[in-house]
Structures are given as structure tokens and as C-alpha cells.
Design a protein around this ligand. Structure first.
Ligand code: CP
Length: 321
């Protein structure tokens, strides 16, 4: 195969077969943390944060090291990017030194600009629009507990809460790519953008899945194989919790809502969670919750993604499986 520079900026940057390949690779990394070491050298991967993080920071830092590389972690406050240096200039500099760039930032346009000027793979570690690495980990978690990667197609997943946020968008696109039946429920004013729903519906039709966007959380969860939620307040909005949370109380994932899903349905939350708000303690700390495996799977899924991306760039098929 000839080398091809690929990026992971939004969930549909992988097609159905490619998503399966990355998730299968993730299962291999679950079994053997040192399954592949594409960054042996060590080669550096720049991991940039414009927003706080626990899971993404630890999983990419440890993940790059376990891939044989050197994780160069840079915070907004400690970089010229944080003082307004153009993204294009930052990309041109980092790409001369690093073998990959991972970035948590605000606007989707910023990671797209980074990818435009970088000559190494760029990975979206969360933007205002998408969180594709999280959803790869979430699907790996379903595969871990419910029959492997090939059993993902045809499963029904339900996301309940702020359906206009990056997690809802990523479930729509990634679930559609996977051939799942994706249901998203949120109150009026907190539903996904039309362009994202249109893309998800087109992808779902191509891959044998379906999309439902509703304001009824019970309709979304009925018969689901996995139920997801996320915080009702985004990073930086915590001070407005009382006001922000008002429309969402009907969307709390509690025992009554979980009872509508399959009896063996899984519960996932990307974390951090607000117990007693978007999810009750009985659910997140209960027997159907797999949130700690989900968090661990960030490590395996992202190592798989980075390995797959550099495998594509180098034209090295041994890194794709
Ligand atoms: N889920 C997630 O991205 O967690 P962090 O914000 O801690 O990275």
C-alpha cells in the first residue's frame, strides 16, 4: 500500500471498514498493552490542551509512551498558541518535529486548520463539535462486553441529555458509520444541528443503521442495548449550573429510565459525572454501569487510532491489524 496522510477530526473521517479495523486493533491493545510500538525511537507526539482534562491527558500521555514514543504535553497557558500565535504557524513548527499532533480545543475550525498545515496525522481530542476518541472508546466497551467488534452493527444505542453537545454529535456520526440504530433525546433548544443529523442519516442508510432524534427520553431508551449521557453543563459553564440544568431534569438517567432499556443494557458516561444530576448514583455505581472500563478503553482505543493513522501514513500494513 502507498502511504496516505489521514487525520481524525470528526467521527466520519473513518468509514465502516476502517472503524472496524481501528476497534479490532483496540481489542488487541486491550489484550497486550505493547502490541505495537510505532513511535519507537522515541518519536514525539505533541498533545495540546486548550481545556482541562484528566482522562484524555493521561490516556494520550501514557498511550504514546506505551507506543514507544515521547508525549510532548503542552497546555494553553504554557504555549504561544495560547497567546494568539496562528494555528497555521504552530502546525508548521510542530510538524517538523512531531510524528503526530493531538489537540483539545474549542472551535472545530481550529483542528481543521491544524490538519491543513500539518504533514503528520492530527487527532481531535475534543472540540466544541465532536469528541471522536471518546466514542471509539465507548464502542470498544460495547464490543468488550457484548460480543466483540463485529457485533456492533445492528445494536441500538441511546444518548439522553444535552443533545446539542459534542458527545451527541459524535454518537450520531460514529454510530451511523458503525451501522447502529442511534437514538438521541434532548429538550427543545438542545437538539443536534441539521447538517449533523443529515450526515448521520446518510451514513446510517449506507451502513444499515438508523437515526432517531426526539424530545422523548423514554422513546430513545426503549429497548436500547446501551444508554449514554453526559454532563448538562459544558466546561466553563459550571457557575451557571442551576440555570443551565433546568430543561434537563426529565432527561436524568435513573432506575426508571434504565428499566425501559434491554434488561442487560450497559450504561456509559464519558465522565466527569455529576451524581444526582444527569445520572443517579444507583445507575452510575450500579451493576449495569461500565464507566471504569469505558475510561480505561480511552487508552486502548487511542493507541489503536494513532497506530492506524501512522500505519496509513507510512503505508505499513503491519500497523493496521
Ligand atoms: N471524557 C473526557 O474527555 O474526560 P477528560 O475531560 O477528563 O479528558
Amino acid at each position: 500500500m502507498t502511504g496516505q496522510l489521514r487525520h481524525m477530526l470528526r467521527d466520519d473521517d473513518l468509514n465502516h471498514a476502517e472503524q472496524l479495523q481501528v476497534l479490532e486493533l483496540g481489542m488487541k491493545f486491550r489484550e497486550n498493552r505493547f502490541y505495537r510500538q510505532p513511535f519507537a525511537g522515541p518519536q514525539a507526539v505533541a498533545v495540546l490542551f486548550d481545556k482541562p482534562s484528566t482522562r484524555t491527558r493521561s490516556s494520550f500521555s501514557i498511550g504514546v509512551a506505551e507506543l514507544g514514543g515521547y508525549p510532548l504535553v503542552i497546555d494553553k497557558s504554557g504555549s504561544q498558541l495560547g497567546r494568539g500565535e496562528p494555528v497555521a504557524d504552530t502546525a508548521r513548527v510542530l510538524t517538523r518535529m512531531a510524528y503526530g499532533i493531538v489537540w483539545r480545543t474549542f472551535g472545530q475550525d481550529r483542528v481543521e486548520a491544524m490538519a491543513k498545515y500539518a504533514t503528520c496525522p492530527v487527532v481531535n481530542a475534543l472540540t466544541d463539535d465532536f469528541h471522536p476518541c471518546q466514542v471509539l472508546a465507548d464502542f470498544l466497551t460495547i464490543a468488550q462486553f457484548r460480543g466483540g467488534v463485529k457485533a456492533l452493527a445492528g445494536k441500538t444505542i441511546a444518548y439522553v441529555g444535552d443533545a446539542a453537545n459534542n458527545m451527541a454529535n459524535s454518537y450520531l456520526l460514529a454510530g451511523a458509520v458503525a451501522g447502529m440504530h442511534v437514538r438521541v433525546a434532548g429538550p427543545y433548544g438542545y437538539l443536534p444541528r441539521k447538517d449533523i443529523v443529515d450526515d448521520a442519516e446518510r451514513l446510517a442508510a449506507e451502513n444499515g443503521g438508523s437515526i432517531l432524534v426526539t424530545t422523548d427520553p423514554r422513546e430513545a431508551v426503549a429497548g436500547a442495548d446501551c444508554v449514554f449521557t453526559d454532563t448538562w453543563v459544558s466546561m466553563g459553564e459550571e457557575a451557571e449550573y442551576a440555570i443551565r440544568s433546568k430543561p434537563f431534569w426529565d432527561y436524568q438517567v435513573n432506575d426508571d429510565l434504565m428499566a425501559l432499556a434491554q434488561p442487560d443494557a450497559l450504561f456509559q458516561h464519558c465522565l466527569p459525572a455529576y451524581r444526582g444530576k444527569e445520572v443517579t448514583t444507583s445507575v452510575i455505581d450500579g451493576p449495569q454501569s461500565v464507566v471504569w472500563d469505558e475510561a480505561e478503553n480511552r487508552l486502548h482505543a487511542q493507541k489503536a487510532l494513532l497506530t492506524w493513522l501512522v500505519g496509513q501514513q507510512r503505508g505499513d500494513e503491519s500497523l493496521l491489524a
